[in-house]
Design a protein around this ligand. Sequence first.
Ligand code: FAD
Length: 376
Amino acid sequence: MSGTRCDVLIIGAGGAGCSAALHLALRGSRVVLLERGLVGGQASGVNYGGVRQQGRNPAELPIARKSREIWGRMKALAGTEAEFTVTGHLKLARNDAEEAELIAYLDVAKQYGLPLRMVGRNALHGEYPWLGPKVLAGSFAPEDGSANPRLMAPALARAARDAGAAIHERTEVMSYAHDGALFHLRTVRGEEFSAPVLLNLAGFWGGRVAEAFGEAVPVKPLSPNMLVTEPMRYFIEPNLGVVGGNVYLRQIPRGNVIIGGGYGESNPGEPGEMPWSRPVPEATMEAARLAIALVPELEGAQIIRSWSGIDGQMPDRIPVIGPSSTTPGLFHAFGFSGHGFQLGPAIGAIMSELVLDGRTDVPLEAFRITRFAEAG
Ligand SMILES: Cc1cc2nc3c(=O)[nH]c(=O)nc-3n(C[C@H](O)[C@H](O)[C@H](O)COP(=O)(O)OP(=O)(O)OC[C@H]3O[C@@H](n4cnc5c(N)ncnc54)[C@H](O)[C@@H]3O)c2cc1C
């Protein structure tokens, strides 16, 4: 097959793919990244912007810790911190059972070196006088915060290009082959690319890439419902979440409050079609109602926009990360189940380690692609 030959082919220019391109290019690999739409045009560019470690599945915490370290030096790495701001993340309990859950997580956090402190019933309303009366307690992760999703993947992509990576937008991969030594990809316009290594960092659509190599997994589209208010006085400093996750909100210094809760609608499309997603008005109104219960001052704020996006949701709500079980040279990382924005920078670093060093310090066993087949 003719066409472009390189060291590593990457499918998907979300945060994971752009970070992988950058980390590999910085170590001298000839990288080609293929993206169906635009860099950061899917989940990585439209998410809530939470850079949160607390509350994660313990298996994800080593990756989240590694990613947090990279977020801390994002400006040096990518030329901008993508508005990453360390506001802390305050996770709130609205009843006794939820408070017990927060207390139980303190031990998990300790085990993984994640700073976390409980804010008890008496202290909470003193420290955060704008919280509503239904909130009973909270746990505060001082190293967490938020960033602007619109900026992160494009910044990583620019840095990757500067380091020598080739990034092709509007270039959908339509067919996949492996001849025992090389991967051969053909795009929607008939261009051909080959390499001994292929990274499947295609978000929800990563399930389709895996399937093409005989590794079907039960990934479903997940479309969190998002809204943003008009600018208000700036008073909500921490990124706020709740046990159970049915509402989350953060305020940017300009004053707008970004709120997530419930689910929108989406269609990931067939190969050759563009996906779409849209918010659901009922979910938007319910998220606003839950947000007002947390922060009563939000009552009356005008909602100026609502939206959704598409991530891949796995049945156990943790991603697939690691080598293929069928095809040497193929590595997967997809199905981030609604919380892969924070992880993206580390996923790229981990992919570069797997490819160039044959190993990574982060335990990946829990994320193996074979776990679904093993479970029957
Ligand atoms: C509304 C919403 C809110 C969220 N909020 C948060 C949050 O606050 N914090 C957090 O940590 N996470 C959050 N997430 C999850 C997070 O956004 C995702 O887990 C993460 O962005 C996934 O990154 P990715 O690079 O794996 O995938 P994506 O960003 O989906 O990128 C994959 C790319 O692959 C491309 N692609 C697919 N198939 C092909 C093909 N055949 N050929 C070429 N290109 C292809 C797609 O076009 C896409 O651009 C949220 C997600 C959504 C949708």
